[in-house]
Design a protein around this ligand. Structure first.
Ligand code: SAM
Length: 246
């Protein structure tokens, strides 16, 4: 049995009771980074043995984990943050398990794009999750496809590529397209910046450095935002409260 166990994306309280029980009960926890996960496991007093499973050892390690599961072991997969399999190496192991008819149980829980989309203020009834845009090969083609996308677009991006991506999206989708940057979700300095691709670029270009983790939410083509949507400059709302501090 393989359990996919979502872990907090910042605030350590965001671990479900079921996740806690499964992490305590399994024989082995496969972690994307054992040192990162050690903090979480220590916080909750979980002493289950761990092993590493990440993008650079996935083929060898998946075979090893599958052999353990075929011998009867119950394994939980956790990644550095959020739901295993969402823009991280979970998929390979899931496929390897299913090929051998090993049951895969996915627990519901934290994932960064859901709170970003839910609080974005852009339509949530239909959306497309694009993960990370290709950095080089295929980037222009993907951008051209997104220009015709009517659903809300959700992207992951690293802080050092944010300006380039906002710029590329503005060229492909139009600089007045409404968009939102959700940064440091569930962490002490959580903030939502709402504006257009142009004004968000201007806002972040004026910062000394963009830090932290972020999700980019962009309106689909044809969407008419309500008249109050910030168009002239980005409006940044920091949602820090003592309760969101991790
Ligand atoms: N498996 C994860 C999930 O379920 O969301 C995603 C893993 S992916 C390697 C990491 C990316 O997720 C980051 O670059 C960022 O775009 C997004 N992310 C993770 N934690 C976040 C947070 N606290 N706030 C905003 N974005 C976050």
């Amino acid at each position: 049995m393989l359990y996919l166990v979502p872990t907090p994306i910042g605030n350590l309280e965001d671990l479900t009771l079921r996740a806690l029980r499964i992490l305590r009960e399994v024989d082995l926890i496969a972690c994307e980074d054992t040192r990162t996960s050690a903090k979480l496991l220590r916080h909750y007093g979980i002493t289950t043995p761990t092993t590493s499973y990440h993008a650079h050892n996935e083929a060898r390690k998946a075979a090893e984990l599958v052999a353990r599961m075929e011998a009867g072991a119950r394994v939980a997969l956790i990644t550095d943050a959020g739901t295993p399999g969402i823009s991280d190496p979970g998929f390979y192991l899931v496929r390897a398990c299913l090929r051998r008819r090993i049951p895969v149980v996915a627990l519901p829980g934290p994932t960064a794009f859901v709170p970003a989309l839910a609080a974005s203020g852009l339509p949530t009834d239909r959306f497309v999750f694009e993960g990370f845009l290709p950095v080089k090969k295929g980037r222009q083609k993907r951008l051209a496809e997104l220009a015709a996308e009517p659903r809300t677009i959700v992207l992951y991006e690293s802080p050092h590529r944010l300006l380039r991506t906002l710029d590329d999206l503005a060229r492909a989708l139009g600089e007045e397209r409404p968009a939102v940057v959700a940064r440091e979700l569930t962490k002490t300095f959580e903030e939502f910046a709402r504006g257009t691709l142009r004004t968000l670029h201007a806002y972040y270009a004026a910062q000394p450095r963009v830090r932290g983790e972020l999700v980019l939410v962009v309106a689909g083509t044809g969407y008419r935002p309500d008249p109050e949507w910030p168009r002239d400059r980005a409006i940044v709302i920091s949602s820090y409260t003592p309760e969101t501090a991790s």
